[in-house]
Design a protein around this ligand. Structure first.
Ligand SMILES: Cc1ncc(COP(=O)(O)O)c(C=O)c1O
Ligand SMILES: N[C@@H](CCCC[NH3+])C(=O)O
Length: 440
């Protein structure tokens, strides 16, 4: 109950978490000018914290790498759909790549104009297409013939013309984790160039769809330039073929996928300028608009997950650091065996130790790190789990009936609670014991 009370106090708060105050034995640990000990005490843990300045830097870096090219950055909302982050995107002229009505509503609420929104995804429903058409999204990245036909039907019914891009599956290995690889022919995404060729050949028969774009997204957390080169070269060759065949292409959407550094000295991300350099070369002859859909690149390294040690539990041959965050707050280590830096925010006088860092969820997979070297910890210590800004909170669940963690935006020594920790009542809202039995 104490945790809930603290979270409720912080609801809607814009705080000043004592950037320069000495915080007991731990000393100050600053993130975007905010003292994390004070923040954790005020907002409670687990808590996702995002640095507005780190996000701004990433946006500016990408914009400057692509300067001079006709392009639009459409942030992949799935990476982090927090409306405060979407609002930052909107302020900097960044559009959105959405995959659901929920993401559409969040993007619009945050002030991203519909004409800066692209709609991707293999499972768009009639309802989703109709709603996206009603608000006037910029284009649909179409992933199957069935979807293309549905788009035509729904657009005709609404008396509008939908702009569409064919999502190409270039059959390229992105050399990333297999669960986040999307550009091989065995993956569910997009269609082959052969199939797309047929779509364009028949495009004239669709009165309410303007098929004048191409799209490709080969996967996520890509750390090598070569897969991008292969995929984009195939897309560009196809674009030229289409133009020669009388099908003008107004936009090419090159997807997202740029990787980030989770583990210093091990992950070597592609610098934005190098990526942009490749795009400039491959699309040197293209006169239309290039669309970028970065997700992770813009937000991953701008986020941390704050968690407290509940207890240190000695095992037979290892020590378990049981923390109050769990796989429901950050699924990546459990799902992809992903590495995240874990830093105890303790004084420098602690001796070294080695722990399996685990959450309270009843699964062995609820493990953030195995045999990780770090400073010796004790109950109550605060830890920061690094690079959790992308696919952290957006993949959270209430598994084990654990309420969703708080989310805060930090900006130059101030913080705003943008989602307070879910209350128990909110977590079970909408559920009821069976009182009325319906028959079908
Ligand atoms: C269609 C599409 N675009 C963009 C992204 C964003 O990818 P990333 O976060 O790797 O930039 C994804 C997710 O991989 C996606 O499926
Ligand atoms: N959820 C994945 C990324 C998926 C990208 C979505 N297409 C991750 O955490 O790395």
């Amino acid at each position: 109950m104490q945790v809930i009370a603290k979270a409720q106090q912080a609801e809607g708060a814009v705080g000043q978490a004592g950037a320069s105050r000495g915080i007991g034995r731990e000393g100050p640990s600053l993130f975007d000018g905010v003292d994390l000990h004070a923040l954790a005490a005020q907002v409670s843990t687990p808590c996702h914290a995002y640095s507005a300045n780190a996000i701004r830097e990433r946006i500016a870096g990408l914009q400057s790498a692509f300067q001079g090219l006709d392009h639009r950055i459409c942030y992949a909302v799935k990476a982090n759909s927090n409306v405060a982050i979407l609002q930052l995107m909107a302020h900097h002229g960044v559009g959105a790549d959405i995959v659901s009505l929920g993401e559409l509503n969040r993007a619009l609420l945050a002030g991203i104009p519909a004409e800066h929104i692209v709609f991707s995804g293999v499972g768009k429903t009639t309802e989703e297409i109709a709603s996206a058409l009603a608000v006037g999204v910029w284009r649909f990245n179409v992933e199957s013939l069935d979807e293309l036909q549905l788009l035509q039907e729904v657009a005709q019914r609404h008396g509008v013309c939908a702009r569409a891009a064919a999502r190409i599956n270039p059959d390229v290995d992105a050399r990333t984790h297999e669960k986040i690889s999307t550009g091989k022919s065995e993956n569910k995404f997009g269609v082959s160039i052969d199939e797309a060729r047929r779509w364009f050949a028949n495009a004239g028969s669709m009165s309410n769809v303007l098929l004048d774009g191409l799209h490709a997204h080969i996967g996520s957390q890509i750390l090598e330039l070569e897969p991008f080169r292969e995929a984009l070269t195939r897309v560009e060759a196809f674009r030229r073929e289409l133009v020669d065949a009388g099908h003008p292409i107004a936009s090419v959407d090159i997807g997202g996928g740029l990787g980030v550094c989770y583990r210093k000295g091990v992950d070597h991300p592609i610098p934005a300028a190098e990526y942009a350099g490749l795009v400039r070369v491959v699309f040197a002859e293209f006169q239309g608009t290039l669309v970028l859909e970065p997700g992770r690149y813009l937000v991953a390294e701008a986020g941390i997950l704050l968690t407290r040690v509940i207890r240190v539990k000695p095992g037979v041959d290892r020590s378990f650091l049981v923390v109050d965050a769990a796989m429901n707050d950050l699924l990546r280590p459990s799902l992809y065996e992903a590495w995240h830096e874990i830093v105890p925010l303790v004084g420098g006088d602690r001796e070294p130790a080695r722990y399996d860092v685990v959450g309270p969820v009843c699964e062995t997979g609820d493990t953030f790190a195995r045999g990780r070297a770090m400073a010796r910890c004790e109950a109550g210590d605060l830890l920061s789990i690094g690079s959790t800004g992308a696919y952290g909170a957006s993949m959270a669940s209430t598994y084990n009936s654990r309420p969703l963690a708080a989310e805060v935006l930090l900006d130059d020594g101030r913080y705003a609670v943008i989602r307070r920790r879910q209350t128990m009542a909110e977590m079970i809202a909408g559920e009821q014991l069976p009182q009325v039995w319906n028959e079908t």
